[in-house]
Design a protein around this ligand. Structure first.
Ligand SMILES: [Zn+2]
Ligand SMILES: [Zn+2]
Length: 376
């Protein structure tokens, strides 16, 4: 056991929504008994952070965002059995109490205590782990990856092989897990099945790879950007189309003797995408909605498109079981079965974070990764 301690770290602090984050020196720690101190080596920029920056996801301030990150464990609390000091870890954004109604039913993504606290809360014990000039600082999802160091619950730090580069490891924690998991954990795509993936951002491109890993016979990628369609094809899509409903439905049917896609994964977060998913799936097929639209937005459907025993699942984390899935995803990368290299659009410094989010919002990047403490 390594003594719990407090360290100083440079971090991007959000003090006001819709304003740039500021790079500040914060105090990190001390550790509680079930915490680990992680030296963050890479943290990528996700749309959920952007929602927090813009106020659509309410967070208490000041806060350190960042929930897609990897690093190394440098200290552990006295009750922590694993991970250990020196372990390379990927952070999971689903802290769970282990004791509530949902945790007891193996649905930790719905942990009642976590959801009651909100994603911006301090840890389960209600105590802050970060501070700046003696003022407590919140950590998005109990993580706060946009910092040189963070204190997280031990359960949220999942060990991956030492050979896993930090920048590519970071991607596993949110977007890749969500997309691959939608195909492998939720959709139950069968060998030879036909899948349609709507939206080719980080989550959609990961869903395409998940369909490929699951043995899909054909994968249709749907995105307005020719560059994204090209990337989708490089990552495993067998067909690529612009988001025209009639054309996409016709293509799905042409590949399935007129039935429609066996599985449709929506990762665009657009009302038109949700509608298309129901039109394009076959009777008895599976629809997985990963995308998000505004919480107050109305989404309409043609009633007939809902008929015929179609199954719809809305998922935030692709049915993730991080302790099992992160090492599997890392193994798939190291074996050359999961392409993470081409999903990184840019490697940037912490001081470039605001421009990085602006580029994400403009749709210019799949993933920008902040590199901390040297190269991968
Ligand atoms: Zn719980
Ligand atoms: Zn995310």
């Amino acid at each position: 056991m390594v003594q719990a301690r407090t360290v100083q770290a440079r971090a991007a602090v959000l003090r006001q929504t819709n304003a740039p984050m500021t790079i500040e020196t914060i105090e990190v720690g001390p550790l509680a008994a079930a915490d680990v101190l992680v030296r963050v080596r890479a943290a990528s920029l996700c749309h959920t952070d952007l929602e927090a920056i813009e106020g659509q996801l309410p967070v208490k301030l000041p806060a350190v965002l960042g929930h897609e990150a990897a690093g190394e464990v440098v200290a552990v609390g006295e009750d922590v059995a694993h991970p250990g000091v020196g372990d390379r870890v990927v952070l999971s954004w689903n802290p769970h109490c282990g004791q509530c109604f949902y945790c007891e039913r193996a649905q930790p993504i719905l942990c009642a205590q976590y959801l009651a606290n909100g994603p911006q809360a301090f840890h389960f014990d209600g105590k802050p782990r970060l501070s700046c000039d003696a003022v407590p600082v919140y950590q998005l999802m109990y993580l706060g990856g946009f910092s040189e160091y963070c204190v997280v619950p031990a359960q949220s730090a999942i060990r991956v092989p030492d050979a896993m580069p930090f920048d590519r490891a970071a991607l596993l924690g949110c977007g890749v897990m969500t997309g691959v998991g939608a195909a492998t954990r939720i959709a139950e795509l069968r060998w030879g099945g036909v899948a349609l993936v709507i939206g080719c951002g980080a989550v959609g491109l990961s869903a395409i790879q998940g369909c490929r890993l699951a043995g899909a016979g054909a994968i249709i990628a749907c995105d307005p950007s020719p560059a994204r369609r090209q990337l989708a094809s490089a990552l495993g899509a067998t067909h690529a189309v612009a988001p025209d409903e009639a054309e996409t439905v016709a293509l799905a049917r042409s590949l399935t003797a007129g039935r429609g896609a066996d599985v449709v994964i929506e990762a665009a977060g657009a009302p038109a995408g949700f509608r298309l998913s129901l039109e394009a799936v076959r009777p008895g097929g599976q629809v997985v909605w990963l995308g998000k639209t505004g919480v107050g937005e109305q989404v309409g459907f043609r009633w007939g498109s809902l008929m015929q025993e179609k199954r719809i699942t809305r998922s935030s984390y692709g049915g993730a079981r991080p302790a099992q899935d992160f090492p599997l995803l890392a193994r798939a990368y190291l074996d050359g079965r999961l392409n993470l290299d081409d999903m990184i659009s840019a490697r940037i410094g912490l001081e470039d974070i605001n421009e990085g989010f602006a580029a994400l919002k403009r749709g210019e990047t799949v993933r920008s990764v902040i590199m901390l403490g040297g190269e991968a």
